[in-house]
Design a protein around this ligand. Structure first.
Ligand code: COA
Length: 196
């Protein structure tokens, strides 16, 4: 049985999430608590953590990995580090096709990497996104993670030149080599079996 337990993220997890973020990202990609908090508040059911019992801390579970995702307008990119407002959408009506499942931040602490945790977190959040009616997903791959996202079914977004020009200033915040990627969520199951 896995030593890790997956569950939706809670606001109380944010200090531990920030600690994992600090271990996983180069300094220019680190976001403040307020930025992460605003993303969690938007769609808490789409944000997940993996915890494991920590013998050095009286056996209290500690956060080993997290995934922050939320609904977002397909036409724009959320600015890195910004405090976000939820996209406009009538909660009673079906999810409009203009909304995408934006996968903002996946991080697995170095001591927990290579155990398939990222794939498990992704599957859990993806199920919730599909239940919420979202049918496509976008993300910005950083730190050379595009290869990993390809394994989850993502491909680079092919945008008309004018859209690329419009998004370029926001994409620049994500640093050199950042790549916008997308996939459809039509299939009943998610993610390639190799990453479960
Ligand atoms: C990318 C990341 C989330 C993967 O987490 P993980 O739990 O180790 O991944 P999994 O165990 O599910 O998958 C491991 C496999 O992915 C591969 N992999 C891990 N990181 C990778 C990367 N950046 N690029 C390509 N492949 C990667 C491993 O080599 C391994 O391959 P194998 O199955 O052939 O041995 C983790 O490396 C991480 O947190 N990186 C730092 C933060 C980051 O860059 N996040 C992505 C931002 S877009």
């Amino acid at each position: 049985m896995s030593e890790f337990l997956l569950r939706p993220m809670a606001a109380a997890d944010l200090p531990a999430v920030l600690a994992v973020q600090a271990q996983c990202y180069r300094p220019d990609l680190i976001e403040a608590r307020e930025a992460l908090e605003s993303r969690l508040a938007m769609d808490p059911q789409l944000c997940w953590v993996a915890t494991r019992k920590n013998p050095a801390d009286d056996g209290q579970p500690s956060v080993a990995a997290y995934l922050l995702t939320h609904r977002w307008n397909r036409e724009t990119l959320p600015a890195l580090g910004a405090v976000l407002e939820p996209p406009c959408c009538d909660a009673k009506s079906a999810v409009p096709p203009s909304l995408t499942w934006y996968v903002h931040d996946m991080a697995v602490s170095p001591m927990a990497q290579g155990h398939g945790l990222a794939g498990r977190l992704y599957d859990a959040a993806c199920r919730a996104a599909r239940q919420a009616g979202l049918r496509c997903s976008r993300l910005v791959a950083v730190q050379a993670a595009a290869r990993w996202w390809r394994r989850m079914g993502y491909a680079p977004v092919a945008l008309p030149a004018q859209d690329l020009a419009r998004l370029a200033p926001v994409l620049a915040h994500y640093g050199e080599g950042a790549l916008m990627m997308e996939r459809r969520l039509d299939a009943a199951t998610t993610g390639p079996a190799g990453l479960r």
